[in-house]
Design a protein. Sequence first.
Length: 319
Amino acid sequence: MILLAICLFLVGCGNTSSQKQDSKKEIVINIGAPKAPPTLPILRMIDQNVLGDNVKINLEFWNTPEQVIAMTQDGKHDMFALPLTVAAKLYNKKANIKLTNVNTWGVTYFVSSDKNIKNWSDLKGKMVYVPLKSSPPDIMTQYFMESNNLKVGKDVQIKYSSTQEIGQLLKASKIENAVNIEPQVTASLMGNKNLEIKFNYNEEWKKIKGKDKNIPNAGIGATAKFIENNPEVVKNFEKEYEKALKWVLENPKDAAKLAETKLGLKKEIVEKAIPNFGLEYKNSRNAKEDLKSFYELLYKFDLKTIGGKVPSEDFYYGK
């Protein structure tokens, strides 16, 4: 179930939203989050009580996109760690959610045991396993193949599976070529020494879009009501989340212990995978151009993946 939550992150007290900010009252931020890398900074924030004695974080885990969507509609949750595709869908369904930050970038990799694969052209005539049809990894894979003059279905065959099954097949040497995400990639590499990362999707994106461009993957959203009623709390949350994310990157061993204790993830895998988790904080305004590029590509391939249209300006928190 834990790995399923991470996989679906591709596509992640009573309600206090109506409370006006009051230094004498306790404010509880009810957060819906997956058992996945972007939740690690939140765990650090809770552990260190960084928001002060009057602001508490109540963390509730979700396992499927349907669950986090339900959380945005139940009136009991204030903030959410979620995939950017889900964030766009919610916005387009008038869920009144604003994106506050992007924290996870380019967590997708092409892995193979075939020593002869050096370039995309070497995939001609090959079968490639890809997680989840019409998911961002699928769309990015097809985009990179097309950009390198490979026609899917003719030059290269794609077979769809789950991230879990792909990881198991790679470890067991039952398949040669696959696309997958972290931490499944690291788990496969640790279990099969013949595997290599052939293409880092974020680096491939830079080759096409420019060296300063990145693939956004996941972020934090908040209800417009909570932002309006608690502007300073949200502002401080963002500041402390950025600090906590930096701590995760600088202290992978301790962060991995948190992941094992609180999320049930294997600390050995998490510690080794943290450098490849693509964790980097950008507020949503600073990430806007990367997001637009990403959303426009998804829209072109399958507009349903983002709810029918590219989100407009008021999707982004702040000024």
